[in-house]
Ligand binder design. Sequence first.
Ligand code: ATP
Length: 251
Amino acid sequence: AQPDWLIQLRDVRVAYPGGIEALQRTQLNVAPGEFLVLLGASGAGKSTLLRCLNGLVDATDGTVNVHGLQGGALNPANLRAHRQRCGMVFQQHHLIGRETVLANVLMGCLGRYHALRTLLPWSRSDKLLALEVLDRVGLLEKALVRADTLSGGQQQRVGIARALIQRPTILLADEPVASLDPATAENVMNLLHHICTHDRLTAIVSLHQVALARRYADRIVGLRNGRVVFDGPPAALSHELQIELYGAVSA
Ligand code: ATP
């Protein structure tokens, strides 16, 4: 029987202005609740793939189907609803340093409202939800401190909380632990994996660290020059491919 895919990419090509083909004939199926890790050297196309999934980048050719929404048919109204269901976590978490941790988490609600919403007081229910997600990432007691007083690992936890406040069904994380030391990277990955498993979120996480990919991924997708060169369980990843997908960037 045909599995009930949540995400389906068929022959997706993304050509950026200037002629770079960031993705070439990419095929990808993701089932609900999977924790998928994208591996690949710098420039392999990982960020482009994630951006295709939340509608930040349009496929030049092929189809992107998420939640049954055809990428090509995304219009401003359903794109907004679609983005709301996709929580994003970035390497550079883009926190506003001079604002409180709580205010940063509340920014995750903006997709639901107009950006001018920040000029008005947040509702009690939004604030309670922000505190709830901060508690889940272990930072409740930091709610009222300035975001720039936190460590790198704590800031990324705030980034995760800001994604969770959207109550997403899909979590897209673009090298969420790339700028963290190994022990902190492990902690943040552990948290991300725990939350996704507990909430049955479908996660697509790009990483440079093969060891972390092997530990947490249900399935690994390896990219090289915009092409999928591996798609399978961590145990099936060969030593040679591990070294290649490790890329030029050290763990
Ligand atoms: P990294 O690990 O460095 O983040 P990546 O695997 O995420 O790399 P992408 O960022 O998707 O790779 O980039 C794939 C290719 O597309 C690269 O050659 C990159 O230079 C190019 N590229 C990415 N974004 C753009 C853009 N907006 N305009 C033109 N070229 C781009």
